[in-house]
Design a protein around this ligand. Structure first.
Ligand SMILES: NC(=O)c1ccc[n+]([C@@H]2O[C@H](COP(=O)([O-])OP(=O)(O)OC[C@H]3O[C@@H](n4cnc5c(N)ncnc54)[C@H](OP(=O)(O)O)[C@@H]3O)[C@@H](O)[C@H]2O)c1
Length: 427
């Protein structure tokens, strides 16, 4: 039987998952790949750290060169995270003709170009299924199974931590802060939750998805980003009243050759399948011009689900490595214009605290009218220390028109505070 040796960079959550899957599914993997997959060496930061997997200490190393210079190791699996030294190690590995598997969304989103170019130049494979939505096979899906389609839009819940927090806020009627604490206690959120709650993590994933789905190279900085820290239980209540659920969505749409790229809290109709993706689950909903509507749903993180994607990539490499060419997705990318957010069209939920005086509603409505914003419905609620809440739902309108209206409303003496503006996707 043929044997292949891999070098693992990292034995954290995902590294452990890969170790466990290679052990528990060894027979199936031999049958399916034609190889007995052995882990030759594992790079860690601290070889003396106590670990809850039974890995022989002699295969652990703190020196990357032990993996790089070992020519019996054909595949490097990068599961360290962060940009450096992960990117440097992947590039060095490719230059030594080693194939690469990574789950590192930050590296793929921001250094994908150089990684892909180097893999092409060196004639090695680079696979990164685990970098978006953990166990959900969206990357192979887009590159292979859906290749016959022009993709029209991709809309995803691609961050499990924020989906868990929003689900808890909705179901248990608790604040963002309380839900975050629960997420941290359950291990869904890190001690520093910024990357998740401020949507940086989702932006990296959206960047990878948009590049693949629309044959382009997207710069992460061109993606509009808004996290979930300003979503209040009252917004969730109003959303429910209007028939919506609030989710952090990544949205990619193409129209007239321009791409809309945005990640933000969004109201989704409560009957839509995305509204029913709860807890830490992820889902990606897309429209292809041949396949129609499609939704993939599953675990977007965790050691075994992400390990499943990573081991799948290892098997893809083993199946392809005898072939002479294996980078068909490279080299045909076109530059695409990214739509300015002012030009994006949406429906909007706008909550404003105003002084409880006659005529305020009229003043605000007239500002919206002047800016071509047509109002679908309005609710006025509550009486507390002379203030009331006005909640508007608009018809489809340009974001620029909303922004102009908001500037004018802020200047009104009777408008106390623009509490929240949430985009609505009537999917
Ligand atoms: N966790 C998930 O569910 C998930 C899902 C999808 C994608 N990902 C991605 O997968 C990657 C790994 O995530 P993770 O959650 O498994 O990370 P993790 O639990 O923090 O593990 C990181 C591992 O890398 C090692 N390491 C880190 N920096 C190192 C350095 N400079 N030199 C040597 N070893 C180093 C650590 O060594 P020690 O053990 O000695 O500290 C540890 O074993 C990240 O890119 C992440 O974004 C994770």
């Amino acid at each position: 039987m043929k044997e292949v040796k891999i070098g693992l960079l990292g034995l954290g959550n995902v590294g452990k998952g890969v170790w466990k899957i290679l052990d528990m599914n060894r027979e199936e993997l031999i049958k399916r790949s034609g190889y007995d997959i052995k882990i030759g060496k594992i790079l860690v930061k601290d070889i003396n750290k106590k670990r809850d997997v039974d890995v022989p200490k002699e295969i652990l190393t703190e020196d990357f060169n032990e993996i790089l210079e070992d020519d019996s190791i054909e595949i490097i699996v990068e599961l360290m995270g962060g940009l450096e030294p992960a990117v440097d190690y992947m590039l060095k590995g490719m230059k030594r003709k080693k194939h690469i598997v990574t789950a590192n969304k930050m590296a793929v989103a921001t250094k994908g170009n150089i990684l892909l170019e180097t893999s092409k130049k060196e004639g090695v494979m680079l696979y990164y299924e685990g970098s978006v939505a953990g166990g959900i096979p969206i990357i192979h899906g887009l590159k292979d199974n859906l290749v016959a389609n022009k993709i029209e839009e991709v809309i995803g819940i691609i961050n499990g931590t924020t989906n868990y927090i929003l689900t808890k806020m909705t179901q248990d009627k608790i604040s963002f802060e309380e839900a975050l604490k629960e997420a941290q206690a359950k291990g869904y959120a890190e001690a520093d939750p910024t990357s998740d709650v401020e949507a940086f993590d989702a932006v990296y994933k959206l960047c990878i998805l948009s590049s693949l789905a629309f044959d382009t190279i997207v710069n992460v900085n061109s993606i509009y980003r808004e996290g979930i820290t300003n979503v209040k239980p009252i917004d969730i209540e109003y959303a429910k009243e209007f028939g919506y659920v609030i989710k952090l969505l990544g949205v990619i749409k193409e129209s007239n050759g321009e791409l809309e790229l945005r990640v933000h809290p969004t109201m989704v109709p409560s009957a839509h399948p995305l509204a029913n993706v709860n807890d830490s689950f992820n889902a990606i909903f897309l429209k292809g011009n041949a396949v129609g509507d499609l939704m993939l749903y599953g675990r977007g993180a965790g050691e075994l689900p992400t390990g499943s994607a990573v081991v799948g990539d290892i098997v893809s490499i083993l199946r392809n490595k005898e072939k002479s060419s294996y980078y068909p997705h490279l080299g045909n990318e076109e530059d695409k214009k990214i739509k300015d957010m002012q030009e994006v069209e949406c429906e909007y939920y706008i909550r404003i605290t105003v002084k409880d005086k006659p005529g305020v509603l009229g003043e605000i409505s007239s500002i919206f009218g002047k800016n071509n914003v047509s109002i679908l419905s309005v609710i006025q609620k509550g009486k507390r220390e002379e203030q009331v809440s006005l909640v508007f739902i608009t018809h489809n309108t340009l974001e620029g028109n909303i922004n102009k209206s908001i500037e004018m409303i802020k200047a009104l003496d009777d408008a106390e505070k623009i509490e929240n503006i949430i985009r609505i996707e009537n999917l």
